[in-house]
Design a binder for this molecule. Sequence first.
Ligand SMILES: [Zn+2]
Length: 137
Amino acid sequence: MECPICDCKTTLIHKVNEVEFRKEKFTINETYYECDNCKEKIVDAEMGDLSLTQIYNQYREKFNLMFPSEITELREKYGFSKTKMSLALGWGENTYANYEKGAIPNESHNSLLRLIEDPTQFLKLIETRIHFFPKMN
Ligand SMILES: [Zn+2]
């Protein structure tokens, strides 16, 4: 990897760093290239994803937010598609899919997800929203 700024050699760095995310501080293991000459920090897509995953996971743990795997499991428990799940919850069409892909649920969405882990609550929700579902013939 050459430095995109001065074309000099770079060194692969592994370092424990404190980063800020949504006004909270998190400690992550960062991997990046550093230019031997101008000290520019170079992060490729994979390195960026790795750092972001660590931050997101810590953020989820701190605020008791559901992980993507839990969000998928919850949906599969009810045998719903992602779109149908969004419809049941009154969310934008792709919202549920985005959470399964790794987006962090906002607090009110997260509370709703926790609530519908209980099938009785899920059934209640469906009953109040039944008129939004396409008619079955
Ligand atoms: Zn450089």
